[in-house]
Design a protein around this ligand. Structure first.
Ligand code: PMP
Length: 323
């Protein structure tokens, strides 16, 4: 779907995937005015096809658009584009109960100019790609690297927006994590370099010895994860205490040593929920519990996956059936 100031969104089109002709002065290539989303379509036990909370992705897409000085996309257009691609690519949706068709809606500044200002023309697209189960051969904890130098987002920055620039800025940190043998980077806050923000592509939760879940608050520097929100709502519904408050790396390390922090997990669309194994950093490595999947973590994971996949009751109406 195209956009031009004064005209709005126009020319919706379904076409076979192909390269997009692009002028070398297209604004996005220079100033990274670009946003995206990620979600999955998957097969239900009765053979139908569903997405999980696509309305939440639509809302976040428009929050990202607002931060990046881009025009809002009507929610119906966002949802309709997903329905269209699912219909067209239906044969690519794995029937495997753990596989899915990953959907990537995105929009970028297509206007041709070199001045620094919000563009007046944009393109919105969706592409799809089949993915197998995130974990083959059982859930495996992720190892994480505390980046000593790099931050993901500062107050007033774009941390809460899902824009490509955030990920570009995180590539060095991710490479550093890999050099230290870790799967993911964990970012500390930009101001005090003391509190946990999030991982490169997932939000973080701790499970305390009294069963309380603790997760960093949405203060504008972390991505408001849809999985994070779903975990909070399910936990609260089950009568579990959930605290959204700053978590210092010291609290995590000391809690792991004393047993106050029993489990830690990360969550996001790709892996849903994954236990966090070892935490490595310049101030020393530590593990929570035995570093293996925790009981509460795995129970919440099972509950959420069963709702998503249509194997359990859906108390919040999150499963959006398409076919
Ligand atoms: N944080 C970051 C930086 C991410 O890229 C993602 C993945 N979208 C998440 C958190 C988790 O968000 P969600 O649960 O909506 O996938």
């Amino acid at each position: 779907v195209r956009y031009a100031d004064g005209k709005g969104w126009y020319e919706p089109l379904v076409a076979a995937r192909a390269p997009i002709p692009m002028d070398p002065a297209s604004a996005v290539l220079h100033y990274a005015q670009e946003i995206f989303e990620g979600l999955k379509a998957y097969t239900l036990p009765d053979g139908g096809v569903a997405m999980f909370r696509p309305d939440a992705n639509a809302a976040r897409f428009n929050q990202s658009a607002a931060r990046m000085a881009m025009p809002a996309l009507p929610v119906e257009t966002f949802l309709q584009s997903l329905h269209e691609i699912i219909r067209v690519d239906r044969d690519w949706i794995p029937s495997d109960p753990e596989g899915s068709l990953y959907l990537r809606p995105f929009a970028y500044a297509s206007e041709v100019f070199l001045g620094v200002r919000p563009a007046t023309e944009y393109l919105y697209l969706v592409i799809a790609s089949p993915v197998g189960p995130y974990f083959s051969g059982g859930v495996k904890p992720v190892s994480i690297w505390v980046s000593p130098d790099f931050t993901r987002a500062a107050p007033g920055g774009t941390g809460a927006a899902k824009c490509g620039g955030n990920y570009a800025a995180g590539l060095s940190a991710q490479a550093e994590a890999a050099e230290h043998g870790c799967d993911q980077v964990v970012y500390l806050d930009a101001v005090e370099r003391k509190y946990i923000d999030e991982l490169g592509g997932m939000n973080v939760f701790l499970v305390l010895d009294d069963g309380t879940l603790v997760t960093p608050p949405l203060t504008g520097t972390i991505l408001p994860g849809i999985t994070r929100d779903s975990v909070i709502k399910l936990a609260q519904k089950a009568g579990r205490r959930v605290e959204e408050r700053p978590i210092s790396l010291d609290e995590w390390r000391e809690g792991a040593a004393s047993g106050r922090v029993r489990e830690a997990f990360a969550c996001g669309t790709a892996a849903v929920i994954t236990p966090i194994g070892v935490i490595k950093g310049e101030s020393g490595d530590f593990t929570v519990g035995d570093g293996g999947p925790g009981e509460v973590t795995m129970a919440i994971r099972q509950e959420l996956v069963d709702i998503q996949r249509g194997r359990a009751e859906d108390p919040f109406g999150w499963v959006h059936r398409v076919l």
